[in-house]
Design a protein around this ligand. Structure first.
Ligand SMILES: Nc1ncnc2c1ncn2[C@@H]1O[C@H](COP(=O)(O)OP(=O)(O)O)[C@@H](O)[C@H]1O
Ligand SMILES: Cc1ncsc1CCOP(=O)(O)O
Ligand SMILES: [Mg+2]
Length: 272
């Protein structure tokens, strides 16, 4: 086997190892997320075996982050009071060394979103997970955006993702047909997923939440993010096979996340 082939086998084994670790350790994942997806993301975290909590009050976020194994900050329905809660939680995460994920939902659509996302991005997130338009906006590149959905392919933002990761010393995961995860030098591509996933709101938010759960069990943020995205993508593929459209996809996705077994994960992981 060549070195490249060995690395590919390691990447695929790791997907199963991390999913197993999440199921065994059931990490507490603190989410400050948007009104649209709170229920979907909490259910997806439960389905993979993690323990979700949606907690956003200024009075308690810092304490809650400090007892969690990961924090996910999602600006989807931001307002000043919530942003204050996000800042307090992030501060607590850094002090308690809790890894945290930033989902810059809709960055680029308004100045408020772009500046809030950029400010949070400078506060040492372990991973920034966004679609291509959002990653371009956080990287400071002008690009068309249409609200919370991307107008660009993930490939189109890969160079910006690399630069952003290098400049901030973080990991950037840009999702789309192919997901790319980079720390500025390494790039891992994940080919799992199904186009129907983009027709369900909160699929990206779910991706960010699962990255949080995987970060709680895998300290290498590139590997944690790539493995989480592979699991979600293969669950999307399998769920789509049983679904008539977005409604049933959402339901089947939870069942597939809950039942994924080792043979299926090893056979279906497309990480390179
Ligand atoms: N065309 C596609 N083909 C395969 N998977 C996709 C496609 N579009 C999105 N996905 C998957 O859906 C999830 C959400 O990604 P994305 O739609 O980029 O995020 P967001 O919802 O934040 O815009 C990711 O796991 C991604 O791989
Ligand atoms: C529709 C919508 N509006 C504000 S937040 C949100 C959810 C976006 O979720 P995702 O980026 O995962 O599709
Ligand atoms: Mg999104």
């Amino acid at each position: 086997m060549t070195r490249q082939e060995e690395l590919a086998v390691d990447l695929i084994s790791g997907v199963w190892e991390s999913l197993k670790a999440v199921r065994e350790r059931s990490p507490l994942v603190h989410n400050i997320t948007n009104y649209v997806v709170m229920n979907n993301t909490a259910n997806a975290l439960l389905a993979v075996g993690a323990s979700p909590a949606m907690v956003h009050a200024r009075e308690e976020v810092a304490d809650f982050t400090a007892i969690s194994q990961a924090l996910v900050v999602n600006i989807g329905t931001l307002s000043p009071e919530w942003v204050e809660g996000m800042q307090l939680a992030v501060h607590s995460a850094r002090r308690a060394r809790v890894p945290w994920v930033l989902d810059p939902v809709g960055a680029g659509a308004t100045r408020y979103r772009t500046s809030t996302a950029a400010e949070l991005a400078r506060q040492a997130p372990a991973v920034i997970r966004g679609n291509a338009s959002e990653v371009l906006a956080v990287a400071g590149e002008a690009g068309a955006t249409r609200g919370v959905d991307s107008t660009q392919s993930s490939e189109a933002s890969l160079e910006a993702a690399r630069r952003l990761a290098s400049n901030l010393g973080t990991v950037v995961a840009v999702t789309g047909k192919t997901d790319y995860v980079t720390d500025g030098s390494r790039v891992v591509a994940v080919d799992n997923g199904h186009p129907l996933m983009a027709r369900v709101t909160g699929m990206g938010c779910t991706a960010s939440a699962l990255v949080g759960a995987f970060l709680a069990v895998e300290p290498d943020a590139v590997l944690a993010a790539a493995r989480a995205l592979s699991v979600l993508g293969m669950a999307g593929e399998l769920a789509a096979e049983q679904s008539k459209g977005p409604g049933s996809l959402q339901l089947h996705l939870l069942d597939v996340l809950y039942t994924l077994d080792e043979d299926t994960v090893r056979a279906r992981a497309r990480v390179r």
